[in-house]
Design a protein around this ligand. Structure first.
Ligand SMILES: NC(=O)C1=CN([C@@H]2O[C@H](COP(=O)(O)OP(=O)(O)OC[C@H]3O[C@@H](n4cnc5c(N)ncnc54)[C@H](OP(=O)(O)O)[C@@H]3O)[C@@H](O)[C@H]2O)C=CC1
Ligand SMILES: CC(=O)N[C@@H](CCC(=O)OP(=O)(O)O)C(=O)O
Length: 394
């Protein structure tokens, strides 16, 4: 898809809900899904009739709030339960005034939550905490976990990188990694999806097709990545104070960031052999957005044009992953507030090397948007339902 096509995506998103719901009904028939149980619940449109009752665990955090922003436009998912920790007992309006018009349920502590009227949850909790909480959830729930707790298949690797033993190894075996465009078929049948990290999403989407096609070397991949500050969550930390972040750039996790094993796991699956990356993330003074600039070696006999054509082929039918027109620079402004990943490939001035730029909104494709894309799939809906947003620019 080229930049003109992207323009038409961004500016012709004229999907009417009637059309969407008609598509849903068709998909439901194909999947022999249970009939729509009409229930009156508070949600994006208060007291509207929605088919699926959704809970958001960690609704007082950034990714939880982003799930709620997206659900406000979802024709089939209504919000039935919201949880928080320190903010339990408060209204969502007092925690997030921008969500105050939605007439959402108040925040409760997870231990006081009643899941009997909930069909699916987005788990937007810190890693570590999440394993214990998900272990205790009723089995009827479909779960999309936004934390890192179920992303690493090898639990010894989890212990090594997260500094604590895995507390739900049985559930780890069941979890499906939620990189939608790559693992769509597995996600459709999953009960528990481990939604990918933001950096790993922005890196794997361009690299997986190139590695699968043996077009690039797998031992000398260098990734220089930048994230907006919302990537660090909403709780107070010294390194994300305004004064620490504004007018500067801060590298962190240098030589050792926990997204390395997650990214190498996904790339190794594509290569069917070990892949190693050098990865350095940076915190930059913007609220949301992420760019990964990736330096790769071309496999013998391969041209940069071959990389471009491969990505074009791989993503030609994808709505949310867009290869820009030759030479166009992906910008975080173009994806702000949307579920898009924009990619382009450039020849390095050093022969035999290429530079790939990939941008996403860390809170949308890097978290809550991809999570919604996955839950749509898990419940047999079109994966783009509720995800049609134009970029917020300027
Ligand atoms: N921010 C991002 O861009 C991305 C984040 N993620 C992952 O998503 C998850 C959520 O991130 P984010 O929204 O940024 O985090 P926040 O820190 O903004 O929010 C965390 C949420 O979890 C709740 N919480 C904290 N501790 C507990 C506990 N012990 N028991 C129950 N609830 C608890 C908080 O409640 P309260 O505020 O009331 O204390 C809050 O609602 C994390 O695992 C993160 O790594 C993944 C991809 C991108
Ligand atoms: C800016 C910032 O701090 N970003 C977070 C990554 C956010 C994310 O994707 O986190 P999870 O893997 O925990 O889900 C970090 O580097 O740890």
């Amino acid at each position: 898809m080229n930049a003109t096509a992207l323009g038409s995506i961004c500016f012709n998103i004229g999907h009417s809900w009637e059309k969407e719901v008609a598509k849903v009904s068709k998909v439901r028939k194909q999947h022999d899904w249970k009939p729509i149980v009409k229930c009156s619940i508070k949600g994006g449109n208060s007291t509207s009739q929605k088919a699926v009752r959704v809970g958001v665990l960690g609704a007082s955090g950034y990714t939880g709030a982003e799930v709620l922003r997206l659900l406000a436009n979802h024709p089939q998912f209504g919000v039935a339960l919201l949880t928080a920790d320190r903010k339990a007992g408060q209204s969502i309006a007092s925690v997030f005034p921008h969500l105050g018009t939605q007439n959402l349920p108040d925040l409760v502590a997870v231990k006081d939550a009643n899941f009997s009227d909930v069909d699916a949850v987005f788990c937007c909790l810190p890693h570590g905490t999440t394993q214990e909480i998900i272990k205790g959830l009723p089995k009827h729930l479909k779960i999309v976990d936004l934390s890192a707790d179920f992303r690493l298949r090898d639990i010894s690797e989890y212990e090594e990188w997260y500094g604590q033993p895995h507390r739900a190894p049985e559930l780890q075996k069941e979890a499906v990694y939620g990189l939608t465009e790559v693992l769509r078929e597995d996600i459709k049948n999953a009960r528990l999806v481990a939604n990918p990290g933001c950096y790993p999403t922005s890196i794997q989407l361009p690299l997986v097709p190139l590695i699968k096609a043996n077009l690039i070397g797998t031992e000398n991949i260098i990734i220089d990545a930048k994230s907006g500050v919302s990537g660090a969550g909403r709780s107070a930390k010294e390194n994300i104070l305004f004064t620490e972040v504004v007018e500067g750039i801060n590298s962190y996790g240098v030589t050792r960031h926990r997204h390395v094993p997650e990214t190498e796991q996904g790339l190794a699956d594509a290569a069917r052999s070990k892949v190693t990356i050098s990865f350095t993330p940076h915190l930059i003074p913007m609220s949301r957005g992420m760019q990964s600039t990736i330096y790769v070696e071309l496999a013998p006999g391969v041209r940069v044009e071959d990389l471009y054509q491969q990505l074009k082929l791989s993503y030609q039918d994808e709505e949310f992953v867009v290869l820009l027109e030759n030479g166009a620079i992906p910008r975080t402004h173009s994806v702000k507030g949307t579920n898009y990943c924009l990619i382009n490939v450039f020849p390095d001035r050093i022969p035999g090397r290429a530079i790939i730029i990939s941008v996403i909104d860390n809170l949308v494709k890097g978290a809550s948007g991809q999570a919604l894309q996955n839950l749509n799939l898990m419940l047999g809906y079109p994966e783009n339902l509720g995800l049609h947003y134009q970029p917020l620019f300027p």
